[in-house]
Design a protein around this ligand. Structure first.
Ligand SMILES: O=C(O)C(=O)C[C@H](O)C(=O)CO
Ligand code: ZN
Length: 271
């Protein structure tokens, strides 16, 4: 498991491209036949990719957790960015459609992934056990945001968010840009109570997303390709503009589960 320590905002303001990418960009999360984990010390979240090929892929327990099973002290949301495929949790099979979510609660022991899925997992520590639950891609709360005039028209689906499916910390969903719109999360915001991770997908091979990060008064950027993730500290904006249409999975953990608890970063104040 890759380990990423937290950095202070004053330190990040001094970083150049390579160091910013090393600390905040998550490349190569999806490796054929493997499950790859990245541990961030921001709210102790884990981002992982699982790509089963011929054989089903059994979820390993990273040594650094010092537990018998991955879910002994944790919960996770898993979103399938591949074709519809099966995930089994302690002998129960779930068919996880593309862009659907499976919540796995604390206490699960044996998890396997099957082809042709490509599974993105976001996990956080959990204080109690909530039931493992499937959420369809069309379920959850839908927010229509932005406008064509500002090139930020997009559909945000809150798949795991304070609703029928309970979680201790993890909030998660998918945002898809409308044709012709390129900006996500602009105007930008921070939320000092929660960290957030992004996983960009459906980014065409010759396209990139210019992801903005940093304090609103000290912005930096990362150039992000398909199926790459970004770790966003609680004090950082997280916004992006694509050179072509794209989607992304956002996921949060921390002090609260209040989606609207955001500190606005007005465009005119950004530097
Ligand atoms: O398009 C958006 O706006 C988002 O997807 C915003 C994220 O969900 C977010 O930043 C939630 O705090
Ligand atoms: Zn946010």
């Amino acid at each position: 498991m890759e380990n990423r320590y937290a950095s202070a905002p004053e330190h990040v303001a001094t970083m150049q491209t390579a160091e910013l990418r090393k600390r905040f960009l998550v490349e190569d999360l999806f490796l054929d036949g493997e499950m790859k984990f990245v541990y961030s010390h921001y709210d102790r979240i884990i981002m992982a990719g699982a790509v089963p090929t011929e054989a089903a892929l059994r979820m390993p327990t990273p040594e650094a957790l010092h537990t018998d099973h991955f879910f002994d002290n944790r919960e996770a949301g898993i979103i399938n960015i591949g074709a519809d495929a099966t995930v089994s949790v302690d002998g129960t099979e779930y068919t996880l459609p593309r862009k659907g979510l499976l919540y796995i609660g604390r206490g699960a022991k044996d998890v396997t992934f099957e082809a042709p899925g490509r599974f993105y997992l976001y996990s956080a520590p959990a204080h109690t056990a909530y039931p493992t639950t499937l959420v369809g891609p069309e379920d959850g709360n839908v927010l229509e945001l932005g406008a064509k005039e500002t090139s930020n028209e997009r559909t945000l689906r809150q798949l795991l968010f304070n609703g029928d499916v309970k979680s201790c910390q993890v909030m998660m969903g998918v945002t898809t840009l409308s044709p012709g719109s390129m900006w996500n999360t602009m105007p930008a915001h921070t939320h000092d109570r929660r960290m957030e991770s992004y996983l960009y997908f459906d980014v065409e091979d010759d396209a990139r997303v210019v992801h903005l990060m940093g304090e609103p008064s000290e912005t930096r950027h990362l150039i992000v390709g398909n199926e790459q993730g970004v770790i966003s500290p609680s004090w950082s904006i997280h916004s992006g503009v694509g050179t072509k249409a794209y989607s992304f999975i956002w996921a949060m953990a921390g002090e609260n589960q209040a989606f609207t608890d955001m500190d606005a970063a007005p465009v005119t104040d950004m530097r």
